[in-house]
Design a binder for this molecule. Structure first.
Ligand code: IPD
Ligand code: CA
Ligand code: CA
Ligand code: CA
Length: 259
């Protein structure tokens, strides 16, 4: 895609997100329908579903060839990365959305024949978007972001998922102890935003494709390192423990994993 096409794509999708933001913030003042999915902590609301429906309709009109992988299942069954593939996490951090009305995100990512093209993560309550891609650069709204500095794990904050820390899985307690400090945000999107804007040195969590597709695309575009903790190749269609960090902190964490 050339710069003109990328700019058009960015403006179009950012426009959808701003429309979504207005709608979702209004919805927060109204009564929501809250249901559980796999367990009592896995929530979904009418707003998650209607936001995904809104994106799916917008994507299909804009890109009739789109294959859409959305968390709430309103898109397609996507089994390979051929052609135009869109990832949709309509509300990321549904628990925060329901309980705090803050620290939730909305994420979209677009790949063409397996190649990362562009992604968007919106901090909905603050109405800010980090958007961009490898050929375009990465921006926080209008401000271009630079690669965050190479702070080590011992000198920085690590963001991780609370459940894995609590149940002492995947070496998360050792990673948290080795860091200067750790943070748990309850939203993959907000976690990636902290990392992309240089407020943390890394983020590690067990995630599903829609949780990390946008974050790894933007991180890679900004020169951060992405991978799995068991050394297997990161596959954007496969759930697993995904680590994103600056290269120094990345090595620090992998070393802890190998001990
Ligand atoms: C969840 C959040 C949370 C992470 C969970 C995700 P959802 O996404 O990103 O931080 O720990 O693994 O499922 O379900 O609220 O979109
Ligand atoms: Ca969910
Ligand atoms: Ca979600
Ligand atoms: Ca999510």
């Amino acid at each position: 895609m050339n710069t003109v096409q990328l700019t058009k794509l960015d403006k179009t999708v950012s426009g959808w997100m701003h429309d979504m933001q207005t709608h979702v913030m209004k919805r927060l003042t109204q009564k929501m329908t809250i249901e559980t999915k796999s367990n009592h902590r896995d929530l979904v609301t009418n707003v998650d579903r209607e936001t995904e429906q809104f994106y799916v309709e917008a994507i299909r009109t804009f890109d009739p060839q789109a294959k859409i992988l959305g968390e709430e299942g309103l898109g397609d069954r996507v089994t390979d990365m051929d052609g135009h593939v869109w990832f949709v996490d309509p509300i990321d951090g549904t628990m925060n959305f329901v309980k705090q009305h803050a620290e939730f995100a909305s994420m979209l990512a677009y790949y063409e024949d397996g190649q990362p093209v562009m992604a968007w993560i919106m901090d909905v309550a603050n109405n800010q978007i980090v958007h961009g891609g490898p050929e375009y650069g990465v921006f926080l709204d209008e401000q271009r972001l630079e690669k965050p500095n190479l702070e080590s794990l011992a000198d920085g904050l690590i963001v991780l998922s609370g459940a894995r820390l609590l149940y002492e899985q995947y070496g998360f307690p050792e990673i948290a102890k080795a860091a200067l400090g750790y943070r748990v945000y309850g939203s993959a999107g907000i976690s990636y935003l902290r990392l992309l804007t240089g407020r943390a040195v890394g983020y590690i969590s067990y995630m599903k494709p829609w949780d990390f597709a946008a974050g790894v695309l933007l991180s890679q575009a900004l020169g951060l390192t992405n991978g799995t903790i068991d050394g297997s190749t990161l596959n954007v269609l496969q759930s697993g423990v995904v680590l994103t960090a600056n290269e120094k902190a990345f090595d620090d964490i992998i070393q802890i994993q190998q001990k």
